[in-house]
Design a protein around this ligand. Structure first.
Ligand SMILES: Cc1cc2nc3c(=O)[nH]c(=O)nc-3n(C[C@H](O)[C@H](O)[C@H](O)COP(=O)(O)OP(=O)(O)OC[C@H]3O[C@@H](n4cnc5c(N)ncnc54)[C@H](O)[C@@H]3O)c2cc1C
Length: 414
């Protein structure tokens, strides 16, 4: 059987793959978008039921398509978002082939040989838009948990009714961890939340959504080449935000009755041992939040912002004597939820372009192999790169490099 040929294969029909397709079509570059599930598959199959975007709806926009519903300051649920992605795929006339799993990408004579569940495609270029969050990053200490404690990742979790009655240890206090901790605590299961390095943010500041400030003050537009410690920026945890109008920080969780403990350091003989550095982790997060609010204030002063004046928030309350040890054999904790982050899965990528931690080696989305590109990875080109609203600038830049590489008319040379 002869393999099909095309200029570009885009892997994945999430918002990033669809945005890439939009710009490729605009440049008349022939391409296909290969998707193992449906458009927006990660949202349809890998998210919990109550999830609402933490970005306000006015910020959910893709090239040429913005939110036009009745509540721009609200936060979309998953059904609304997948409907939005379907609409974008239609408007962009993206040549998506659903139900096609990419099982291998290898270098070939004139580009890449893409093997799929539906045959082979030879492509001059490949855009990897397969997502940054394909797998849950579960720490190795999970191996030491007693067998009768149920372990879940955010991929397995749908709603609290799945969990046995009894206590729940949520490990990780970034966006996912704080959201799940609140929901599980409200279901009547007492939650212990293990907190390491985290990013504290208020939901609103000086009368506006905090993400409005990130945008207006140019924080999200900061480029990868302007950031001193790019490696660190790419590993920053997600902010403690939820798609609700109120702040969901550790004080709010403590008010709900969630018990705050330090970072999970190890599990030994059925005992979970937590770091004694909780106070430092809390004060560092407060300090960084206040520094960021200071940046917003400077911007506001320079622009003559006429909304509400500067605010400062109650410091995170340090628990009196946080537990340093939790006996996982006592029956107090019936479930552990690993909200310890996500990572991409490049198991199908047979080109040597990943580092020792499995991350793609790339410069602003131009991967370390000619004709190979990536989108929507953390701080790919800007701080906003993984957010839906951040894709437009990145997809435009990456596809314009690709157009020069393939010598598309009017694109110039790479
Ligand atoms: C829990 C969570 C909450 C988030 N909340 C927000 C938010 O509120 N606002 C915001 O802007 N961003 C949010 N994000 C970040 C980001 O928008 C999402 O991660 C988004 O799904 C990334 O889009 P993407 O197109 O890069 O990847 P994905 O949406 O993951 O799309 C990748 C696609 O590639 C497909 N695929 C993967 N491997 C293969 C293969 N081998 N063959 C064929 N197809 C393949 C997948 O099925 C999937 O459809 C959140 C992320 C997570 C994990």
């Amino acid at each position: 059987m002869t393999a099909e040929k095309t200029t570009t294969v885009v892997i994945g029909a999430g918002h990033a793959g669809l945005a890439a397709s939009h710009f490729l079509s605009g440049r008349s570059i022939d391409h296909v978008v290969l998707e193992r599930g449906e458009v927006g598959n990660s949202w349809r199959t890998e998210r919990w039921d109550s999830l609402r975007l933490l970005t306000p709806s006015w910020q959910t926009r893709l090239p040429g398509l913005g939110y036009d519903g009745p509540d721009p300051d609200g936060y979309m649920g998953v059904p609304e978002l997948t409907e939005f992605l379907d609409r974008f795929a239609k408007v962009a006339r993206a040549p998506v082939r659903t139900g096609v799993n990419v099982t291998s990408v290898r270098r070939g004579d004139a580009g890449y040989r893409v093997t799929t569940s539906d045959g082979e495609v030879l492509a001059t270029t490949v855009v990897i838009a397969s997502g940054a969050c394909n797998k849950a990053a579960v720490p190795a200490v999970s191996d030491g948990l007693p067998g009768d404690v149920r372990q879940l990742t955010p991929f397995d979790y749908r709603d609290p009714s799945q969990l046995p009655d009894g206590g729940v240890l949520v490990v990780g206090a970034s966006a996912t961890g704080v959201q799940l901790a609140a929901e599980i605590q409200r279901s009547g299961r007492p939650v212990v939340l293990s907190v390491g390095e985290h990013v504290r943010l208020p939901r609103a500041y000086r009368g506006r959504d905090v993400l409005w400030w990130m945008d207006a003050a140019g924080v999200w537009d900061q480029g990868h080449d302007e950031i001193d410690d790019l490696k660190r920026a790419r590993n920053l945890p997600s902010p403690q935000l939820a798609g609700v109008p109120s702040t969901l920080d550790l004080n709010a969780l403590a008010d709900l009755g969630v018990e705050i403990v330090g970072r999970l350091a190890m599990v030994r003989d059925g005992q979970a041992l937590f770091s004694g550095g909780l106070r430092n982790a809390l004060s560092l997060a407060d300090l960084k939040m206040n520094r960021l609010l200071g940046t917003f204030d400077e911007w506001a002063a320079a622009r003559g912002y006429d909304g509400a004046g500067p605010e400062r928030f109650e410091p995170t309350r340090v628990p009196k004597s946080p537990r340093l040890r939790l006996d996982l054999t006592s029956g107090e904790i019936r479930t552990v939820v690993w909200a310890t982050g996500f990572r991409p899965d490049y198991g199908w990528l047979d080109v040597p372009v990943t580092d020792e931690k499995g991350r793609l080696r790339h410069d602003g989305g131009v991967v370390d192999s000619p004709g190979l590109y990536a989108l929507a990875l953390p701080v790919l080109r800007r701080r906003k790169s993984t957010f839906i609203y951040g894709i437009e600038d990145d997809a435009r830049a990456v596809t314009s490099h690709l157009a020069r590489y393939v010598g598309a008319p009017g694109a110039g040379a790479v």
